[in-house]
Ligand binder design. Sequence first.
Ligand code: GUN
Length: 281
Amino acid sequence: MTAQIIDCKKLAQSVKEELKAKIAPLSAAPALAVIIVGCDPASEIYVRNKEKACLAVGIIPQTHKLPAETSKEELAALIERLNNNPDINGILVQLPLPAHLNAAEILPLISPVKDVDGFHPLNAGALLQKNAKTFIPCTPKGIIKLIKSTKPDLTGLNAVIIGRSQIVGLPVANLLLNENCTVTVAHSKTQNLPALCRTADILVVAVGKPELVTKEYIKPDSLVIDVGINRTANGLKGDVKFTDALETAAYITPVPNGVGPMTIAMLLDNTFEAYLKQHRP
Ligand code: GUN
């Protein structure tokens, strides 16, 4: 059988169109500040894509490009200014930061009501407490939308997530638990990974290892979400061997133009939510 390729671009586009219609009548446009420190080429592309996406739906993007040698104090001062600026609704610090800046020290400086990434400890904690009002991190929020576009009720399904990052793996695990899945989080120390993955009705792979997941990892008729974007000598590759997933799974997300466009659509959605929180608390 051949898996269906989830049309992530189309789903992201419909989210953006809905947002555009909701933003158009607002008295002031929502604004998103994006801070990028240094010149990581992949981050520069992501930030440019975020700017373009903002403009397409009527959100004002404000990019702050800081030199790689920016100190913690300088970055903290900029975040403080943006926290106190009523014209800015959302703040995002693009990761990774240069090695001398510790994300665990920087991210909590963002005001929780402007934390559109959902990485502030208060928002991350609220997710664990199933607080629906929290900001849900963009990639995990997009992944749940993609999964539910194929199957609205996930109750009782076995989900395996490979990767335990704060950005993807851990929030996805909590969101799938909230959807009544039985969730296993696998990581670099997990034993017998292929056999574990073959129990998964939903397999989410977010490890940054090109084509780690091959046919022997994939349960027939399952749903596979590939979060990896790996630049290799043979071009962009996901964490999943796409041709193997096509042969085995029922649904697969492509790379590129898979999870990425949904992540950006969810960032716009969170920015709109931030605007509402600040204007109609
Ligand atoms: N770098 C890779 N993914 C993300 C993300 O979701 N948010 C931020 N701020 N940086 C990232």
